[in-house]
Design a protein around this ligand. Sequence first.
Ligand code: SF4
Length: 750
Amino acid sequence: MANSKARAVSGRESALRTKRAICCHCSARCGVLVDLDAGGEPVAIRGDPGHPISQGFLCPRGRAAIEYFQHPARLDYPLKRAGARGEGRWQRVSWDEALDDIAARLLAIRAEAGAEAVAYLCGTFHGADGNFGYRLMHHFGSPNSSGIGPICAGPRLMADALTFGYGPTAPEIVPGTTRVVLLWAYHPSASGPPGWSRILAAQRAGARLIVVDPRPTTEARYADLWLRPRPGSDAALALGLLHVLLAEELWDRAFVERWTHGFDALRARAAEYPPEQVAALTGVPPDQILRAARWYAALAPAALASGAPNGLGRNALNFERALCCLIALTGNLDRPGGNRLAGPHPGVGNKTTGEDYAALPPAQRAKRLGAERFRLLHEGFERLSAAAARVWHGIAYPYSVQFWAAAHPPTLFRAIRTGQPYPVRALWVQHNNLLGCYSNSQEVYAALVSPNLELFVVHDLWLTPTAMLADYVLPAASWLEKPFLWSTGRGDPVLTGEQVTMPRHERRSDYELCRDLGRRLGQQWPERVEEVWDQWLAGAETTFDALVRAPQWWLPAPSERRRHEQPDPGTGAPLGFGTPTGKVELASTVLAELGYDPLPAHDPALDAALDRARYPLWLMVGGTRIDALHQDHRQIASLRRRHPDPQVEIDPRLAAAHGIAEGDWVRIETPRGTIYQRARLVPDLGTDVVNAERWWYPEREGRAPTLYGFWESNVSAYTEDDPALCDPAYGAWPFRVAVCRIARADAPPG
Ligand code: SF4
């Protein structure tokens, strides 16, 4: 694991050139300056003080970027399976040989079983070219593309779309102006450190910080008020806050009367959640509920930022919709220092443009796996898109498939294994360790080794547990090896970054793989990704090459505010919001038309399904750490020294009751299986919860069944994905919560 090559190079000689790039080791997108030696080898990296957001910041993951780039375990050449799936026997092949065979087999499957028999799963952020797989699939004719949206930002973005007709409603924290910052299950100190610095600056300038999180996070330690709901109860707590601000008349009457739909219905629903009842559901004392609601509602402007709370599943949209109602009722929507309703850059293309959803034939769209049950994934998407287009520059599909209309992964894995509702015979994947990314990994594993899956292709940076099961493993370029243009259409600045170095060995970028495979499938793809980006930038009268070399190498975020008050060019009347009613839909007409509850509520189904009698502890999953992003960075020696083994957080009181000391191995038993992680004692965590990690050991045996120690160490292996426990309209699965019991262990069996 040691990377002596990186250290040797970094001390070799002084830099001859410096390139300006964007770090992609998480989606915070910090600016970096990378020094190159005479041979074009990156030798040093530092934060870019000229970056408009990060302003020179660089975290340990970013500092390890050259070590990551040069790591000897990176995939360098295409590999073809030479034994049984998971046996670990590979044959090196050329790109042409691999892609010719893959394309021929995909075309044959489409001819026999329809394009929907081919599926695609995209993983976490590894560069700006990560959405082109969706384009390939839309031109191929398959509706079965998906990724991590439903367990990442998806529920929030979908709730924004249902409520406001676009999104996200990004917190706009202005030190000296913002008077309250409400962080809900959000850890910017690890997942977006530049934003955390801004929050602390606002607090120093007088803002109150409210943190809602079961864990004593860094954010909680700085909080003026810390609320600790038990896992899975966040929707109930948000409804409790709504109850207080409505009962105490702390809402913005002018905005609500003019611009909202469904106020009376929401008021009646919130009346069902008085603080005493919410306290019983959440474990948060009534006085804290009252204080949080009063601070948030009365001290305007207030900014609210949410992450992915423990629970999700059936309460994913309930929770996020309740937060949207809090923002709207308090008048913090589009108020400086509150929450900005972001919109796309008019005339500038973005990642959604790049998906080219219009190319997918309408008859194919309704076949999306899961869309029959989780009706937002097709019918809702169409209705929301049509309503949003009226307000947002006439863009036909302003919402990204990735977050708003993805195939439902738990349904997809079952379809592969069972052939129902129809067979899925091929799957290709980019940057996604499927086994650890989705709950109930036994189901995922059964799908990946099923003889029904005739072709399984992985494009990644490393041989992951999932890649070990593939028929082809294709080497991916990392972010230092490709150019960068960040344009989301969600109100961000458009950022550019230079390609620092050419891809090493035979690694190819995400775009290059899609181009080379797409052309073999009969599709038209420009030669360079920069040509695609030039098309996006044409409305801004620039090109990628011009912008990336310009003194100001970014386009500022759109400055327009309160678009709902702008006159409609046709009628002169205010544009309103991009919802079917043109108003902020506190009660969603789209949900109602699709047969769902139009109002947020607390759904107790997950609680009822979990066997707490035999497994008395709540098992929380995750919480980003600064030394690793999700399942990535396990190979990087400088980061592993900080965090060598998987860690389960345990309250010292609970640990003592089980005879567990700091650093001991802990056996964590769930109804589905057992994992082992080392105890990390965290005071004030609470004696009814533990928090475990997703983990695998790249240095261990990769062949099945070991799969780099995946089954022994990865908490996702044993969480739930039953469609009955997923959000009923959107399909988000209960990724972050389960139940367990614990015991001290001498060592893991492996
Ligand atoms: S927070 Fe760290 S990993 Fe994320 S972009 Fe910034 S430097 Fe890179």
